[in-house]
Ligand binder design. Sequence first.
Ligand SMILES: C[S@@+](CC[C@H](N)C(=O)[O-])C[C@H]1O[C@@H](n2cnc3c(N)ncnc32)[C@H](O)[C@@H]1O
Length: 423
Amino acid sequence: MTENGEMTADEGNAAPRERFELDDALKEEIRAKVLGDGFMKIVQSVRRGGSQFRISVRPVEIGGERRYQAEMVDDGQVRVKNFDADSLSGGLDDIMSQKGARDLHLMTAKGDLHVRVTRKGRVIVSRSAEMDRKVELKPHDRVKNVPLNAFDSAAYLKAAGLADGEGRVRASMRGKYDQVNEFLKVAGEALKNSPRGDGDDSGARAFTVVDCGCGKAYLTVALYLYLTQVLQMPRVHVYGVDRRADVVAAARRMAASLDIAGDVEFVESDLAAFNVEKADMVVSLYACDTATDEALAKGVEWRARHILSAPCCQHELQKTLDDKGAFAGVMRQSILRERLCDILTDSFRAMIMRILGFRTQVVEFVSSEATARNIMLKCEYSVKPGQAGPVSEYLALRDYWHVTPWLETRLAAMLSKYLSRYE
Ligand SMILES: C[S@@+](CC[C@H](N)C(=O)[O-])C[C@H]1O[C@@H](n2cnc3c(N)ncnc32)[C@H](O)[C@@H]1O
């Protein structure tokens, strides 16, 4: 045991026991900690074949009384059940008698206990240094059925700085937490009806995701964990690209601390200069101004089937939009001009993506009460490019406003053959 709270490890199992089984002394220690004062939470993740089962139990307050809440996540499906102290003991027996490779994490006011059972049935026990944590009974409605609760996200939430040391989402990070959850939901839905295996049928290439303008990688890392742990995708490689050296360094540290740096790679680069041969999914969350267009363009060039982009500030169109006749009264008010430009920019983007063969939906991805930046372009490559309807719709709007959207210029090499047929 170290003085600064780090774990120390032991094999903890001197008495003979079956492979995968916890010995009696360890079971007794767990039982005493869960049933005693200061119990905070027990979480166990069991890997069965390709899928994962996770159960967590914590004390909650319901109607002024102490109860227990179990949250069970089985292959991405979440179930929550509340029960009393009498049932806790039986439930604990079930948890401790699980077989197979598993991780158990028990938190009490006095410290943490980790038990890892390896694939070969070896039991490795580690205990933190003694702590003096305050235990608060939480109201029972705290667990929500959101993607970040569908797997054991505690280490990620802590490493990303979204949660405090006791796993509570920080008030100042609630907005980012909600954005990541909603983004994961949309990504999960997008992949529901798509191939979810390796990036190509031969299995030679991993399912490749690029997060454009990844910043501190809240989304990048969560997406990797969600795809691999909840959607159980077998091989995933995620790139996070950002031009800022400091955020790339922080993102690399987070991936290393979660032991996923081999699959989650961060690149310090301007988006324009970054390339992969092929991507399966391209995402961007609040990539500034034309960086969103660059993300869309890269997604098209890398032949990504899915492109999910939540745009940020948009300035480009504002520079060129005329104070047009009947709209003069709108354009005079800077806030209205800005909003109109936002709407037009996203409309042009969606229309261009449709021309290029992407079924494109513009959806609200977080509540408008949380932020006005709550729009997402959800694009899936699934139709024949260059169809008359989307092209004429685009040209009509573009010519009405006498502008050339930045994305059209960026993708001119691909678009011009479709546009020129109708111009
Ligand atoms: C508003 S932050 C969002 C970060 C992150 N996606 C998130 O939601 O937490 C935008 C990020 O995009 C990066 N960025 C903007 N333009 C870029 C470009 N052309 N190439 C690479 N990164 C860019 C910025 O450095 C910044 O980190």
